[in-house]
Design a protein. Structure first.
Length: 139
């Protein structure tokens, strides 16, 4: 069995953003040489997310609006976590909702997706460097 590991690094200039990272994951699969196996893709920071959905700008705006409604950034004083000197409690909650990771089957050297599925990095407390782990195992 083959094993492959790569870190993807992001430095998003805004507080929140959704980035399609499918092309980077596809490149990792190519580099790994795995034809049949699994790809784990996970955010390595507690205020970021990895998830699968459609690459449609209206949906991304809906996600952003919905998450901000569920866990608004301001007022920052509404969160106990922010009493530590941080201002990112909302980002922790948004990450919890959107999830930490995805696992996708690799079949014939390709991501085995359903219609319209793509992998996204969700940033909820940007403006600094963060990483995503891609771990691929298989034959």
């Amino acid at each position: 069995m083959k094993s492959y590991r790569k870190e993807l690094w992001f430095n998003i200039p805004s507080r929140r953003s959704f980035i399609n990272i499918t092309p980077q994951v596809v490149e990792c699969i190519r580099e790994s040489g795995v034809k049949e196996g699994l790809a784990l893709v996970n955010a390595m920071h507690i205020t970021a997310s990895v998830f699968i959905n459609d690459d449609e700008s209206g949906l991304h705006k809906d996600y952003d609006d919905w998450l901000e409604e569920l866990a608004p950034h301001e007022p920052v004083s509404q969160y106990q976590h922010n009493q530590t000197g941080e201002d990112n409690a909302d980002a922790h909650l948004k990450r919890q909702i959107m999830g930490r990771e995805v696992v996708v089957a690799i079949t014939n050297g390709s991501l085995d997706f359903g219609p319209w599925e793509q992998i996204f990095y969700g940033e909820f407390d940007g403006r600094r460097r963060k990483r995503v782990l891609v771990k691929i195992i298989g034959e």
